[in-house]
Design a protein around this ligand. Structure first.
Ligand SMILES: [Fe+2]
Length: 211
């Protein structure tokens, strides 16, 4: 985490809130990856993604995420929420479970990695470049090139890239009702959908205010 911290400090975008969110990303996401090669490759990848990933709000229009994700560091916040949801959601996807109803550890590692990288390349640091609904594909392409250079197992690279590419499920550009999704992709998509729902405040805020 130190390398990322130094990079963001040099860019003048390091503050208390960002530090808290990165710590949460490490605790609930990065450190949950048991495969050491995969975990270290994800960490190195997080050192080269656009800096704007760490400060940007989750929704350009402000209409597609709960309000607390539509301010500073909102994308990072939504990723933290998604990784927290991975374990409970995994227990509802049959293809991930063994006879004891425990999720497959490798599948979970891939799901953590894909969730963490899925929104890293929504924008570029320079120029007014937004990838919109193509951002999963862009992140997957960067991940593939990077992870190959780092000599990560080719099969694992593809598993992560696939779940990253399709993390918006049926709403991914090019998807149809018959597009086959792996159980890992189903999991990553389910968590992405849940945490981006704009009415979550009604569920989670103690005081219910309807406006
Ligand atoms: Fe996304």
């Amino acid at each position: 985490m130190e390398e990322i911290q130094h990079r963001l400090m040099r860019a003048g975008i390091w503050d208390e809130q960002l530090e808290m969110l990165l710590r949460a990303l490490w605790k609930y996401g990065v450190m949950q990856i048991q495969d050491e090669n995969l975990r270290s490759t994800v960490i190195k990848f997080l050192c080269v993604v656009p800096r704007i990933f760490y400060v940007d709000h989750a929704s350009r229009s402000g209409n597609f995420h709960p309000w607390w994700q539509n301010g500073q560091n909102g994308t990072l916040r939504s990723i933290v929420e998604s990784v927290i949801l991975l374990p409970p959601q995994s227990r509802h996807i049959r293809g991930l479970l063994n006879e004891a109803l425990e999720p497959n550890q490798h599948a979970m590692d891939v799901a953590y990695a894909a969730t963490i990288i899925s929104d890293t390349w929504k924008k570029e640091d320079h120029g007014d470049i937004h990838y919109g609904p193509e951002h999963g594909r862009i992140a997957a392409e960067h991940w593939r090139s990077f992870a190959h250079i780092k000599h990560l197992d080719a099969h694992v690279i593809e598993e992560v890239a696939d779940a990253c590419y399709w993390h918006m499920g049926l709403y991914t550009p090019g998807a149809t009702l018959t597009t086959p999704f792996t159980p890992v992709t189903e999991l990553v998509n389910a968590c992405d959908v849940c945490t981006s729902h704009c009415e979550l405040g009604v569920i989670y805020e103690p005081k219910l205010v309807i406006v």
